[in-house]
Design a protein. Sequence first.
Length: 253
Amino acid sequence: MKIALVDSGIGLLAAAAAIRRARPDADLVVSCDPDGMPWGPRTPEDITAHALACARAAAEHRPEALVVACNTATVHALARLRTEFEPGLPVIGTVPAIKPAAAAGGVVAIWATSRTTGSAYQQGLISEFGGGAEVHEVACPGLAEAVERADEDAIAAAVASAAARTPAATTDVVLGCTHYELIDDRIAAALTGPARLHGSADAIAAQTLRRLGPETRPGNGTLTVLHSGRPSALRPEALAYPQGALLTAPARV
């Protein structure tokens, strides 16, 4: 079993680690784009081009599934990626966990990047999956970038700012950027109440394994890292997070 994941940076670590926990034998190919990141400020066409380049580099390693572990790339590039690679290579996107967060009808805060907050895409998801919940959008400027750099002071400042703008009665927080799942403990600690956090990593892992099916051949638990198409290794910043450390631990298959 070989699974590739694509993102501009280390946000893909959360989904990769979830897959590793579910299937320790899975061979993982993580394809990041340090030369072109961040993708968020780019045009949709440019985001699509960069996502395609990362996906094509990963596809050369002959994975059996391709995960777009990035909300921004999913919005702008998922259809194009599926057109190019499916049906031969299943492509799985990332969707913020608004539906499970809103299921109880409480007060939901969606933490997301400034570009995603208020976007037609997110508004559509709220309309479709928000149900009877009271939904608030909370922009988190600079948080993904701080996580990418593993800059603890910048992370703390961005989390504190977002927490201060999160309604005190919030019952559920949607982590609307894959980077945020790497610091879910710090986000939980910054909130004023015991809100439930909802990420996408576990759902992505489950959907990927469903698409592959139980008959998929076992792997060897290897890790291949590509940086803008070049063979590389996880950057030190990635190893600052438990998910990065998990991926580089000796395989247990």
